[in-house]
Design a protein around this ligand. Structure first.
Ligand code: ZN
Length: 164
């Protein structure tokens, strides 16, 4: 993804109060390897169960605030992240509830979806099996996963916006 500045990030949130955005701690942007990610996602170290995702949507920075449920799925069962579609132990996928944009969100309307608990889809989709006769080139595999992840993120964030 194209890099984002702190200003762009703070101005990008469509479903958070000004107060929450002001107090939001940012990850280390200088250490971020932008080319290896589809979105910037991080958990709030100062506010339990709060997370953030910012990415480029239709050429503009687009940020959402997320709340993770207090209960995680049991380790024994497998769960799938709705964004990267990776099957993982249930303890590594969390149900996040995401407030809708604008008045709907202020009225308490949210959408729930299962996402990798630590919001690290980008790292996970880059883990690929070594090339073989059956397996296409690893780079092609990652490319396919990247476009799938971005398309699903676009679809999900569309649901948060008021119908136009
Ligand atoms: Zn994921």
């Amino acid at each position: 993804m194209q890099p984002l500045t702190e200003e762009q990030i703070r101005a990008s949130f469509i479903n958070a109060s000004n107060d929450a955005v002001e107090r939001m701690p940012l990850p280390g942007l200088h250490e971020t390897v932008w080319e290896d990610r589809e979105y910037l996602g991080w958990l709030d170290p100062t506010f339990a169960q709060r997370g953030y995702i910012v990415y480029w949507r239709e050429g503009k920075p687009f940020g959402i605030i997320l709340r993770s449920g207090s209960s995680t799925l049991s380790r024994g069962i497998s769960a799938m992240c709705s964004l990267c579609r990776t099957h993982q132990p249930g303890s590594q996928v969390s149900l996040f509830t995401v407030p809708k944009a604008g008045q709907a969100g202020r009225d308490g309307n949210t959408i729930g979806t299962y996402i990798c608990s630590d919001l690290s889809c980008s790292a996970i989709i880059r883990i690929v099996p070594p090339p073989s006769d059956l397996q296409p080139r690893p780079l092609d595999v990652v490319e396919g996963r990247t476009s799938g992840l971005l398309a699903r993120l676009d679809n999900f964030t569309q649901e948060l916006l008021p119908a136009s």
